[in-house]
Design a protein around this ligand. Structure first.
Ligand code: DCP
Ligand code: MG
Length: 414
């Protein structure tokens, strides 16, 4: 009882969208552990479990200080029995046996390796694992036919599993902006996703494109993609049409949180000299490139089956003088880039929906549905009681409609 009086008891609201979660995390050991269990559950098609662990991790991320004992957690939301046990084990013994054994399990490792291939989701990975495929080499030897995305994913495996730095995102932003403005002078490009939240790195770069005149965005995506393609910036791209108003076109689609904007999933070819005002798009300058050493994508771990990239190097296709470059060096790297086009009337919703984090988005929708009887998507906010759409031209207005305090992007890192 005397101990209790001195314990700092934390207190946070239960929805992540009611909290300010910065990148400053005082409990990384606990959140890494819970996130790993969340990831493992997600990869194993156990969504409920995954979300429970993610919510628990998000609560720990939002705490203003490091947790030292379980008594501090009394009354905190979203900490189920399982998450509490993991936290307790770590606080008391320094580790969680469940987390450690998951991390070391063949199944988890194989799921990570295989879903690390762009174009491979948990279901495909699971199927391959059941056939005994655990490594990239085994996958190649299996003779499985890979689709175009997966082939590109395999070809650029190392690059795409290398975090993207903010400076690289900025360089790509310049290229994308130039392309967008050249095909539609009034159009606007916004960096979204993790980089808009202030993250120093990301797994991809996300852009939202719009035009100040409603309808001005029509046909924009295909023009931008053609432009980037003709400039040699796209190693891979797949564009999906806007299907928001097209449900009559095909069989009824399953209910999904996926939004229906025109979207381009791409793999970008980022040149070392891009974004520094020296390079001309699509014409890699070998000499400039050769003068630079150690590109972020130039890791020594390039191994196993990634012969595709190596062979390009040997051919000297992008190269400067061979003898001035270390073996295996090439002046570009592959980066995942997502482009989304939204009409201006939906821009605020699209911006809010594409800024994340994923859990923050999920919690916003849960708040809207459960606490406000509203439906929020990346297109609109519908008030089910008033039976009408609520307009908004800024994120601030959307938070206000939802009865939430405005949380800026840098505090949406739940
Ligand atoms: N998003 C979403 N639903 C999808 C895809 C994305 O709500 N089906 C939103 C939430 C994400 C944002 O878009 O925060 C961008 O998606 P990413 O997967 O790129 O996530 P982040 O940018 O947050 O993370 P990372 O830094 O790993 O790229
Ligand atoms: Mg992203």
């Amino acid at each position: 009882r005397t101990d209790d009086a001195e314990v700092v008891v934390f207190c946070v609201p239960s929805y992540a969208c009611q909290r300010r979660t910065t990148l400053e995390n005082h409990n990384t050991i606990l959140t890494d552990a819970l996130s790993l269990l969340a990831e493992n559950a997600e990869l194993s098609d156990q969504e409920g479990r995954s979300v429970a662990f993610r919510r628990a991790a998000a609560v720990m991320k939002a705490l203003p200080g490091a947790v030292t004992g379980v008594t501090q957690l009394r009354g905190l939301p979203c900490l189920g029995e399982h998450s509490l046990r993991v936290i307790k084990d770590i606080l008391e013994t320094g580790a969680s046996a469940e987390v450690e054994s998951t991390k070391q399990s063949e199944r988890y490792k194989a799921l990570k390796v295989l879903t690390g291939i762009f174009g491979v989701g948990p279901k495909t990975a699971e199927r391959w694992i059941r056939e005994g495929i655990h490594t990239l080499q085994q996958l190649q030897d299996s003779g499985h036919t890979l689709n175009r995305a997966q082939q590109a994913g395999l070809q650029h495996y190392d690059d795409l599993n290398q975090p993207v730095a903010k400076a690289e995102a900025d360089a790509i932003a310049e290229v994308v902006e130039r392309a967008v403005v050249s095909v539609s002078p009034g159009a606007q490009v916004t960096l979204t996703g993790g980089f808009r939240r202030g993250k120093p790195t990301g797994h991809d770069v996300d852009f939202l494109i719009t035009h100040p005149e409603e309808g001005g965005e029509d046909g924009l995506m295909s023009k931008v993609v053609s432009r980037l393609e003709s400039q040699g910036f796209l190693l891979y791209q797949k564009t999906t049409r806007n299907s928001y108003l097209e449900s009559k076109d095909g069989p009824a689609r399953p209910a999904s949180n996926m939004d229906r904007f025109e979207r381009c999933f791409s793999i970008f070819k980022l040149h070392e000299d891009e974004g520094r005002g020296t390079g001309h798009p699509g014409t890699p300058t070998g000499n400039t490139a050769a003068a630079n050493s150690g590109s972020p994508g130039d890791s020594d771990s390039r191994s196993q089956i990634h012969g595709g990239e190596q062979r390009l190097l040997v051919s000297g296709e992008d190269g400067g003088p061979e003898e001035t470059k270390p073996a295996g060096h090439r002046p570009w790297r592959a980066v995942r880039v997502d482009l989304v086009v939204s009409p201006i009337s939906q821009f605020a919703f699209a911006l809010l929906g594409w800024t994340g984090s994923k859990l923050f988005e999920r919690e916003l929708r849960r708040w809207a549905g459960h606490e406000k009887t509203m439906s929020l998507s990346s297109h609109a906010l519908y008030d089910n009681k008033q039976s009408r759409y609520l307009r908004a031209t800024s994120e601030q207005e959307i938070f206000a409609h939802l009865g939430l305090e405005f949380i800026p992007p840098s505090e949406r890192n739940a």
